[in-house]
Design a protein. Structure first.
Ligand code: ADP
Ligand code: MG
Length: 238
């Protein structure tokens, strides 16, 4: 089976004046359709940098990234934006909701970019909010909701219109342990139901129990890959 996401020897160096920070050293990885991948590592290990490269938010210094055969590293700004809007949902630690917009309007945002007609946008947004347990909250603004509720809106926004791939950067980083469990179970249930592929990065070890594949990153390198479904392929880690 061809991997859905193929990462080959990516490296990312940030230059700050005279200083060079090697955020990612040399990372290669295969991710398959339906995988639930947890990237584990201490703060500063390169997790967000990795996610941003694969989502096309930043370009690697060198190396190759393919998603469904598309060379992400070669696309220009416009091509990558279109690709992302069509194929990728993103869940952020700090929710990144638009404060002036209601829950319903926030969830409809990605559909505007995908040219979904207004009526259908509303229907899909309501459906997504119901799926995350927020039926009746459609007209609330983010400030009128708890952190857990805001992250549920963030999840509804990432899931709406069923993108193939969901990226989540410390999605439970601002939540208490009970809410973390609720939010994780919700994400996993939705992703499994639709057969989506999920990549979640976190420093929280308890998140790893939800994953089919646990990738540990340290100082910009993968130091181990534990694949619960394909143990034989662990040898691909380098
Ligand atoms: P994590 O998400 O695991 O906490 P990051 O990917 O954010 O780690 O950061 C990895 C390393 O790269 C850190 O040393 C960080 O300071 C550095 N870094 C990240 N982004 C930038 C940037 N835009 N400019 C300079 N250094 C950066
Ligand atoms: Mg980070």
């Amino acid at each position: 089976m061809e991997p859905l996401i193929k990462v080959r020897n990516i490296r990312k160096i940030y230059r700050m004046g005279e200083e060079r920070v090697i955020a990612l050293d040399d990372i290669s990885l295969d991710i398959f359709r339906g995988d639930i991948v947890c990237f584990l590592g201490t703060p500063g290990s390169g997790k967000s940098t990795f996610l941003n490269m694969v989502a096309g938010l930043e370009k690697p210094t060198r190396g190759e990234i393919y998603i469904g055969g598309v060379p992400i590293h070669k696309l220009n700004e416009e091509q990558i934006t279109l690709f992302r809007q069509k194929n990728i949902g993103f869940i952020f630690q700090a929710y990144h909701l638009m404060p002036m917009l209601t829950a319903e309007e926030n969830v409809m945002m990605p559909l505007i970019f995908r040219n979904v007609p207004n009526k259908e946008r509303k229907r899909l947004a309501h459906e997504a909010l119901e799926q995350v347990g927020l039926k009746g909250y459609e007209k609330r603004k983010p400030t009128q909701m708890s952190g857990g509720q805001q992250q549920r809106v963030g999840i509804a926004r990432a899931l709406v219109g069923s993108p193939k791939i969901i990226f989540a950067d410390e999605p439970t980083g601002n939540l208490d342990s009970n809410t973390t469990k609720e939010v994780m179970e919700l994400i996993i249930r939705e992703v499994k139901e639709k057969g989506q592929t999920l990549i979640i990065v976190t420093h929280d070890r308890s998140i790893a129990e939800y994953a089919t594949k646990i990738v540990t990153i340290q100082d910009g390198n993968i130091i181990s890959i534990q694949d619960k479904e394909r143990p034989a392929e662990e040898a691909q880690a380098k």
